[in-house]
Design a binder for this molecule. Structure first.
Ligand code: PMP
Length: 281
């Protein structure tokens, strides 16, 4: 397997992470997960733009231009002969003797590699179960930070209850999933949390809102409370890996009639069409 390390493409065995890499010691860095379908990156530009925004917010200056990074990532895909799955990309603030404050003259470390992953067709067809969990994360959730402990603990709590996703609730309001954005349909209106600092501004969330607009599905980007989950007719989550996936049960209660809803199905269909038009480009 070939890995992008800095601006070099190396064999995995040649790449070694330093024990004083700040990503490793502090989670001091940012990341992206980019989907590859048929060897083509999906919405790469949106991911790179978000990476740049996250970098700015934590005061990391990327060591080279995004165009150069994009070219290196495409070369990584080509050299691995990679067709289906995820491209993981992370930027650490760099390596220096351990001390919380930013070290002087530190250079960011970029690492990227590919991970095969099939589209989760079973989950998308049948829907998944979710569990509500307190959102105890920090208040800058729009930064795609490497600090994922809050998400890790929430996801595990869901798994411990035989659920696939944790729906996070802060001050009584639903924010997002532990690694997904959450949508409900109530009275024919699609609803999701506004893109502020309490959620990650998901690329799939953005695509879904564009598709809803094209399909003339009414949308409200307003926060809703936990009880709305139990009154919703439909519910789904979105993410780069899960795409659009119905949620059919929350905390043991069926959502609507307990089956994936009609609006969810329309959006899923439109999403799959956008994947195939991406692959044909
Ligand atoms: N929210 C959180 C907390 C996430 O970690 C993710 C995926 N990394 C998402 C939402 C979905 O974002 P995207 O659609 O860009 O994958």
């Amino acid at each position: 397997m070939i890995i992008l390390y800095g601006d070099q493409l190396l064999k995995r065995e040649q790449v070694h992470v330093d024990i004083e890499d700040r990503a490793y010691q502090f989670g001091d860095g940012i990341y992206e997960v980019i989907r590859i379908y048929d060897g083509q990156p999906f919405h790469m530009q949106d991911h790179l733009d978000r990476l740049e925004k996250s970098a700015k917010k934590i005061r990391i200056s990327l060591p080279y231009e995004l165009d150069h990074l994009e070219a290196l990532l495409k070369e990584l895909i080509r050299q691995n002969d990679f067709t289906q799955g995820n491209l993981y990309l992370q930027v650490s603030r760099g390596t220096a003797p351990r001390n919380h404050a930013f070290p002087k003259n530190i250079s960011p470390v970029i690492i990227a590699y590919t991970q095969p992953f099939e589209r989760p067709i079973k989950e998308q067809t049948e829907g998944i179960r979710a569990k509500t969990v307190n959102d105890v994360r920090w208040l800058l959730c729009d930064i795609k930070s490497l600090n994922l402990l809050g998400a890790v603990l929430a996801k595990q709590e869901a798994y411990d209850h035989d659920c696939k996703e944790a729906i996070l609730v802060r001050d009584g309001m639903v924010t997002e999933g532990s690694s997904t954005n959450i949508f409900i349909v109530k009275d024919g209106i699609l609803q999701t949390h506004p893109a502020n600092q309490l959620i990650l501004h998901g690329i799939t969330r953005k695509i879904t809102l564009q598709l809803a607009d094209q399909l003339q599905i009414p949308v409200k980007e307003t926060a809703f409370d936990r009880s709305a989950l139990f009154e919703a007719g439909e519910m789904f989550l979105t993410s780069t890996t899960m795409e659009i996936c119905p949620i059919i049960q929350v905390d043991g209660q069926p959502v609507g009639n307990g089956k994936p809803g009609k609006i969810t199905r329309r959006l899923q269909k439109a999403f799959v069409q956008s994947i195939s038009s991406n692959s044909k480009r």
